[in-house]
Ligand binder design. Sequence first.
Ligand SMILES: Cc1cc2nc3c(=O)[nH]c(=O)nc-3n(C[C@H](O)[C@H](O)[C@H](O)COP(=O)(O)O)c2cc1C
Length: 136
Amino acid sequence: MTDYPHLLSPLDLGHVKLPNRVLMGSMHTGLEERGDWSRTAEYFAERAKGGVALMVTGGMAPNPEGAVLAGSAGLFTDEDIANNRIVTDRVRDNGGRIAMQILHAGRYAVNPECVAPSPIKAPISPFARSRRRARL
Ligand SMILES: Cc1cc2nc3c(=O)[nH]c(=O)nc-3n(C[C@H](O)[C@H](O)[C@H](O)COP(=O)(O)O)c2cc1C
């Protein structure tokens, strides 16, 4: 622990005081697409129980065109928002904190409906900006 002497010290972020500096970066697990939000909630709650001070969800798309992969979970409907609330509530019930990453992949979306400011294809995606969307 001598290499990280501040790891278990509180961290005051102004609006919130974290009990330690153990943070979990954003990781999309695939559970988000299974429709069992209780399981996703349990995944994060386990880490809260273990003492992680702050977690970040996997990237949630603000609209279907912005999803990293076609069909990825996102914030499209009231039901989607309610499902994510299950996760937040379970984490907070177990003493943790969680922030949502809202991720619009732009031209990096592996999604034939992707939208982007330019029509230049991303090197990691087979799709350029959707022509149909570009006309809108
Ligand atoms: C399975 C997996 C899913 C990830 N999903 C996201 C994501 O949704 N959003 C994001 O910004 N980064 C994502 N990342 C990147 C991680 O947050 C982290 O930045 C990355 O793994 C670099 O850390 P590392 O070099 O220790 O692996 C993901 C990483 C992994 C391994």
